[in-house]
Design a protein around this ligand. Structure first.
Ligand code: MG
Length: 158
C-alpha cells in the first residue's frame, strides 16, 4: 500500500544566522531563525514523511523546548525518522518539494541538497525532486523576510 503525506514550513530570514537548506549551507547575507539549524526544507520533508506514516508531526518528535535540539542539524531529524520508518516497515518511494524564497537562487545547490537528503533518508537521490520558486516580490517571502517549503512524501508499506 502507498501512503502520501504533506509538509509545510516557514522560517524568518535574519542576520547573524547561517542559511541551511536541504542539509547544506547556502552562502547568503541572512539565515533562517530557529531553535535547530532552521532548515525549512528538511522540516517540510520531516512533516511529509511523518504524515505519510501516520506518525504526527515534527514538533511532537523534536520539540523546540528540548535543549537537545538547540542548534541541531536537521539532517539528524531525518535520520531519526528514517529509523522510525524502518521499525514500522515503511519505505520511502519518493519525495517532492518546492522551496520558496526571493533570494538567493537555490537551483544550483539542488544536486548537493539531494545528495545530503538522500543520505540522511537512506534512499537514492533520484527519489528526491526539488523545485525553487520566488513569490514575485509579494508578501513576506517576496520581501526577503522569510523562506518557506512544501513537501510531499510517498511511502510504501508491506
Ligand atoms: Mg521549521
Amino acid at each position: 500500500m502507498n501512503c502520501a503525506g504533506i509538509g509545510y514550513d516557514l522560517h524568518r530570514l535574519v542576520q547573524g544566522r547561517k542559511l541551511m537548506v536541504g542539509g547544506i549551507e547556502v552562502a547568503f547575507e541572512r539565515g533562517s531563525q530557529g531553535h535547530s539549524d532552521g532548515d525549512v526544507l528538511c522540516h517540510a520533508i520531516c512533516d511529509a514523511v511523518l504524515g505519510a506514516a501516520g506518525l504526527g508531526d515534527i514538533g511532537t518528535h523534536f520539540p523546540d523546548t528540548d535543549p537537545k535540539w538547540k542548534g541541531a542539524s536537521s539532517l539528524v531529524f531525518l535520520e531519526h525518522i528514517r529509523g522510525l520508518l524502518e521499525n514500522r516497515h515503511f519505505r520511502i518511494v519518493h519525495v517532492d518539494a518546492v522551496v520558496i524564497c526571493e533570494k538567493p537562487k537555490l537551483g544550483p545547490h539542488f544536486p548537493a541538497m539531494r545528495t545530503a537528503l538522500a543520505k540522511a533518508l537512506g534512499i537514492a537521490s533520484s527519489e528526491i525532486n526539488l523545485k525553487a520558486k520566488t513569490n514575485e516580490g509579494t508578501d513576506a517571502i517576496g520581501r526577503g523576510e522569510a523562506i518557506a517549503a512544501h513537501a510531499v512524501a510517498t511511502l510504501s508499506s508491506d
